[in-house]
Ligand binder design. Structure first.
Ligand SMILES: NC(=O)C1=CN([C@@H]2O[C@H](COP(=O)(O)OP(=O)(O)OC[C@H]3O[C@@H](n4cnc5c(N)ncnc54)[C@H](OP(=O)(O)O)[C@@H]3O)[C@@H](O)[C@H]2O)C=CC1
Ligand SMILES: CC(=O)C(=O)O
Ligand SMILES: [Mg+2]
Length: 417
């Protein structure tokens, strides 16, 4: 990061007031009468209603439009396990994105928990305060057990964004990128560098989209995950291949796709040069990708290159998903975010990239031309169509798959914000 960008980022977070969020009132609190309704004695009435029927919380409190972003800080972006407090700027950032893109109120919660069980207990104990729980930046393998346990224990949707938000956007972008390159996902040889939260979910959803398991080679920090390894857990074991390949050098030879969800600068120019014709490179590690776009483009002129960052073309980042999938889920009061809802989000996001881009989006990105192609495989997060189209698709899938407690909303499609 340049010195200028570093200082600008620190100033952005410090000024005009520290942090990125504040709380606002939604009702009048000026007069004696207001106070007697907002607080004692009036507040007792909704209390009694909710005690009789917990569903009344959706009528008398902000629960239905409130999502908690919760982390233990164990895998903050690609920066590693820096602890809960250090994760706060990222979690505030996710809350900012919920509000900005989907008008969902959101608070960040950073949990000091000495074990996965303590983390689960803490989140389960507070979950009912919220309409949904977005788990963030929790490392593998604990993240899998934590999410599974919380989905079982909570009556509101629990979604580990680094798994499923990332997978949804990755698959949407991958289907578009492969199509532009004239390749079929069913034939694509895929190398996934990283074997954690994002990697596992991305590869599972790639399979659901048509990829072949025997064509996916996954690597962790010790190399290729193969059937001869005795040092891997059951989650990694799902991806073990019977193969002689051991290193990224071996795996990358002739590969059509490189998916990086690992760490910075792990794919070299030489390795990229050994990929198949017309490769697709998603170097998604944040803030620094597995290979920089500058280096990648200096080696190959036939590739589609994407990163997780906002400052290059083709941002593959879960911001394109989590605000909108939660909007749809909250509006039909889905109890879970299921596979149908995820696949509906993939299709909705993917489709928007093929349509003409509104001028308002181009204006926010320096007026550059954006047409479906190698430099534009996914919509920008500021695209006003994401909210109505993704939320509608997700809400419809929730209703049709039986995950919704409410019917498809009469006020849909939503207006862009
Ligand atoms: N663009 C986006 O939307 C998103 C990007 N990401 C990025 O993906 C990365 C991983 O995040 P997440 O899955 O949540 O984290 P996890 O901690 O769950 O997983 C990290 C994985 O990266 C592997 N890894 C680390 N160093 C290397 C290396 N030198 N070679 C190969 N593999 C390595 C680890 O290997 P081992 O198992 O051996 O420790 C582990 O499997 C981060 O950089 C993050 O920023 C994540 C979510 C969304
Ligand atoms: C984008 C994101 O969630 C991550 O890099 O962890
Ligand atoms: Mg994350």
């Amino acid at each position: 990061m340049t010195k200028d960008l570093r200082q600008a980022a620190l100033d952005y977070h410090a000024l005009p007031t520290p942090g990125k969020l504040s709380v606002e009132l939604t009702t009048s609190a000026q007069t004696q009468e207001d106070l007697s309704l907002a607080y004692s004695p009036g507040v007792a009435e909704p209390v009694r209603e909710i005690a009789k029927d917990p569903e009344a919380a959706y009528l008398y409190t902000g629960k239905g439009n409130l999502v908690a972003v919760i982390s233990n800080g164990s895998a903050i972006l690609g920066l590693g396990n820096l602890g809960p407090l250090a994760s706060k700027p990222v979690m505030e950032g996710k809350s900012l994105l919920f509000k900005r893109f989907a008008d969902i109120n959101s608070v960040d919660i950073e949990v000091e928990a000495p074990s996965a069980e303590r983390f689960i207990e803490t989140v389960a104990a507070i979950a009912n305060t919220f309409g949904g729980i977005n788990l963030e930046d929790i490392k593998a393998p604990e993240c899998f057990h934590i999410e599974e346990a919380l989905i079982e224990r909570c009556s509101v949707p629990v979604f580990h964004d680094d798994q499923h938000g990332t997978a949804i956007v990755t698959v949407a972008g991958m289907l578009n990128a492969l199509e532009i390159q004239g390749k079929d996902i069913r034939d694509a040889r895929i190398v996934c560098l990283g074997a954690g939260a994002a990697a596992s979910a991305c590869c599972k959803l790639l399979l659901a989209a048509g990829a072949k398991k025997e064509q996916i080679t996954m690597l962790d920090s010790r190399g290729v995950i193969h059937s001869g390894r005795s040092d891997i857990n059951a989650y990694k074991g799902e991806w073990a291949r019977d193969t002689e390949m051991r290193t990224l050098d071996d795996a990358i030879e002739g590969a059509d796709v490189f998916l990086g969800v690992s760490g910075p600068d792990l794919l070299s120019a030489e390795q990229l040069a050994h990929m198949a014709d017309k490769p697709v490179v998603f170097a998604c590690s944040n803030p620094n990708p597995e290979i920089s776009p500058e280096l990648a483009h200096s080696v190959r002129d036939d590739l589609i290159m994407a990163t997780g960052r906002s400052d290059y073309p083709n941002q593959v980042n879960n911001v394109l998903c989590f605000p909108f999938i939660f909007r749809g889920a909250l509006d039909v009061r889905a109890t879970r975010i299921n596979e149908d809802m995820k696949l509906a989000a993939v299709e909705a996001i993917r489709k928007i990239a093929r349509e003409p881009v509104p001028d308002s989006v181009r204006a926010g990105y320096g007026g550059v031309e954006m047409t479906f192609g190698a430099e534009y495989i996914l919509p920008k997060p500021t695209d006003p169509r994401l909210l109505p189209e993704v939320a509608s698709a997700v809400a419809r899938a929730a209703v049709d798959s039986g995950s919704a407690c409410l019917p498809y909303p009469e006020h849909y499609p939503l207006k862009a914000i």
